[in-house]
Structures are given as structure tokens and as C-alpha cells.
Design a protein around this ligand. Structure first.
Ligand code: APR
Length: 257
């Protein structure tokens, strides 16, 4: 693991320095590892990861939801509740502090559906994979299709999952499931930021899921330096100019101070 006084950290801070004086100079991409030290499990950890315990196609796909809406809704409700009992860690706070100290320098892109970045202060974080605190209708609203206003999700009748009293439509978590497209605005803003940054800092992602995993390579192809923070090897290490083997909550405060 990296020590705070190490030459590696000094090298990484030197790599980062030019970006900190530039508007949009730093693009940060985070994954589940960012929230691990807050107590939210990652997905692909062999022991504690969600996908080590559950089949992602049963719990994180539209087909899985339609096959068993109650089970999927309950799982997300438990994750949502669990997430609300966690707090941003020192890594989240280091990114929020940087954004306060250097307005306009940081573009924060996250694959995480929790709200820990926002609670730390990065309220403009780009959420590529949606938001676990938001619900939406499973199907297009029939009333809207008939020319009326879309039914309000607030008015949904209680249930697991809740259902529209008028159309019978089910509520589903506002997250991106496997096989689904990312929110257009989010992915295009992330690609713009990757193409124009001087440094891409990648924290706590295995790089297993695209298109998010492609952002580091995109940034590198557009001349950015790529820096990775991860205690273990990831699928995108090959894109990095430097890899810091450590955790988000221990490395980011020292790196961004
Ligand atoms: N600090 C930094 N990195 C960590 C830490 C930590 N404390 N703990 C674990 N990691 C690293 C792991 O080594 C791993 O490379 O975080 C990574 C987590 O990888 P995944 O579990 O695959 O999570 P992520 O990359 O965010 O997954 C991408 O896949 O399941 C979907 O939609 C889901 O957004 C998610 C996407």
C-alpha cells in the first residue's frame, strides 16, 4: 500500500498539478470502490461483492425485474435504506474540498448510484448509472400516450413495488440496468469532460463495465494524463500513466490536499 510520504505520491501530485490551474482540467471517474470505506459493498469483490452473492441478471436487468418485481424492488429498497445509514468518507470529502477550493477545475463523473458524493458537497456529480433515490415508471405512461399528462410517481399506490392507480404501471428504481442505455446527457457530458481534461483520475472501479470504462482511454487519446487509485489491479490499468495502490479514503486526502 502507498504511504503518504512516498515518492509515488509526490510523483502523482506533480502529474496532477497542471490540471489544478485549468478550467475543466481534472476529470474524476469513480466506481464502487469509492464508497467501500463508507460501508457500501462493491459489486465484483470475490467475497463481499453483490455479484458474488446474487445473479446480476436477476436483480439488475429489466427482465429480472419483470420476472420478480417484488424481489428486485425489495433488494433496492434495502440498498437505499442501507445507503442512507452511511456517511461520505475522507475520499469523498477530499474531492468536495478540492471543488470548493478550485471552482470550475473538477468534473466528477460517477458510476455510483448512492448519494455520498452529493452529500459531501459535489452536488453536480454526473451520475452515469442513475440514482438509487429516484424512482420512475417501468413502462411509458399510457395516459401520456393518450395525450394526457404523465402520471405522477408521487401518486403511486403503496406496494412492493408501488403501482399507478390509474394505469397499473409499476415503479422501478431510477438506476441503469444491464442492457440499458445510459442517460444521454450524462454520458455525453462525461465524454466531453474526458476529451478536454488535462488529467483523468480514476478511483475505485474495476473497469469492467462500458461505456464508463472507455472514458480513461478516451481521455488518454486526447492527450490527458491518466492516474488510477485502486488497491487491486483493474481492467483499465493499461491506460494509466501512474497507478497508486491504495484506497480512496487514504490516498485522495493526501493526493488532493
Ligand atoms: N478504494 C478504492 N478502490 C477500491 C476500494 C477502496 N477502498 N475497495 C475496492 N476497490 C476497488 C476494487 O479493487 C475494484 O477494482 O474498486 C473496484 C470496484 O469494482 P466493481 O465492484 O466492479 O465496481 P464498479 O467498477 O463500480 O462497477 C461498475 O458495474 O455492476 C455494475 O452498475 C454497476 O456501476 C457498477 C458497474
Amino acid at each position: 500500500m502507498i504511504s503518504h510520504a512516498s515518492a509515488e505520491l509526490a510523483q502523482a501530485r506533480a502529474l496532477l498539478a497542471p490540471a489544478l490551474g485549468q478550467r475543466g482540467g481534472l476529470c474524476v471517474l469513480t466506481g464502487a470502490g469509492m464508497s467501500a470505506e463508507s460501508g457500501i459493498p462493491a459489486f465484483r469483490d470475490a467475497l463481499t461483492g453483490y455479484w458474488a452473492q446474487f445473479d446480476p441478471m436477476e436483480l439488475a436487468s429489466e427482465g429480472g425485474f419483470r420476472a420478480n418485481p417484488q424481489r428486485v424492488w425489495t433488494w433496492y429498497a434495502e440498498r437505499r435504506q442501507g445507503g442512507q445509514q452511511t456517511q461520505p468518507n475522507a475520499g469523498h470529502h477530499a474531492l468536495a474540498d478540492l471543488a470548493r477550493r478550485r471552482p470550475g477545475v473538477l468534473t466528477l463523473v460517477t458510476q455510483n448510484v448512492d448519494d455520498l458524493h452529493q452529500r459531501a458537497g459535489n452536488t453536480d456529480a454526473i451520475q452515469l448509472h442513475g440514482d438509487i433515490l429516484q424512482d420512475r415508471w417501468l413502462d411509458p405512461c399510457p395516459r401520456q400516450a393518450r395525450g394526457g399528462n404523465v402520471c405522477s410517481t408521487e401518486g403511486a399506490q403503496a406496494g412492493q413495488p408501488p403501482r399507478c392507480g390509474e394505469c397499473g404501471n409499476l415503479l422501478r428504481p431510477g438506476v441503469v440496468w444491464f442492457g440499458e442505455a445510459l442517460p444521454l446527457g450524462a454520458i455525453s457530458a462525461a465524454e466531453q469532460a474526458a476529451q478536454h481534461c488535462a488529467v483523468m483520475l480514476v478511483v475505485g472501479t474495476s473497469g469492467a463495465v462500458w461505456p464508463a470504462a472507455g472514458l480513461a482511454g478516451l481521455a488518454r487519446r486526447h492527450g490527458a494524463q491518466v492516474l488510477i487509485v485502486n488497491p487491486a489491479p483493474s481492467e483499465i490499468d493499461g491506460q494509466a500513466h501512474q497507478v497508486l495502490r491504495g484506497t480512496a479514503a487514504t490516498v485522495l486526502p493526501a493526493l488532493l490536499a
